[in-house]
Design a protein. Structure first.
Length: 188
């Protein structure tokens, strides 16, 4: 079973990307993870869609998600809400609207996040819920990873904080069980 994962931050040294890499190593069989980038996705412009169709980079990611068994998003929190680049990617992935059920319908999704401040991405993760529901995805609500004070949790080798690793491991285990139980690929 395959979970597609991406970070809502484009910064090379992003704490959220590092959190995603740590999560990737924790998924138990039979679930595997493929981390993808949204860096090359252009800003959504319906004129581009009308004149040129869905860009190849978006189409390729869409096809990966359409056949995946789950989606994991590591989301930063910008101005008490979700990051624009990640929302832009999801908006592109929902075009044309007729593709939404094929790409997102019944898709198990989960969000995790880390922030340099004290908020722990709680508002960003909450802001994603209406998006997932609008797309017909199945948000996993069985746990939370909303980490604060990122600079203290990471070093040059990644996530080193034991308590944060334990929280992430529990979360990943629960989400993996949800993905397996949902068995989206078996429902096709």
């Amino acid at each position: 079973m395959l979970v597609i994962a991406f970070s809502g931050s484009l910064r090379r040294g992003s704490y959220n990307t590092q959190l995603l890499r740590a999560a990737e190593t924790m998924f138990p069989p039979p679930v595997s993870v493929e981390i993808v980038s949204i860096r090359e996705i252009p800003l959504l412009d319906d004129d581009v869609l009308t004149e040129h169709g869905v860009p190849d980079v978006v189409r390729q990611l869409k096809e990966k998600i359409a056949v995946a068994d789950g989606l994991l998003l590591a989301t930063p929190e910008y101005n008490n809400s979700l990051p624009g680049v990640a929302k832009n990617a999801i908006d592109w992935l929902s075009r044309p609207f007729a593709d939404i059920p094929r790409v997102f319908g019944g898709l198990p999704v989960a969000t995790i996040g880390v922030t340099p401040g004290r908020g722990g991405t709680i508002l960003s993760q909450a802001a994603w819920l209406p998006v997932w529901w609008a797309l017909g995805a199945q948000p996993w609500l069985g746990g939370r990873v909303q980490l604060s004070n990122a600079a203290q949790l990471f070093d040059e080798n990644g996530l080193h904080d034991g308590a944060a690793r334990t929280r992430l491991e529990r979360f990943v285990q629960g989400f993996a069980e949800f993905v397996v139980a949902t068995n989206r690929s078996g429902a096709r």
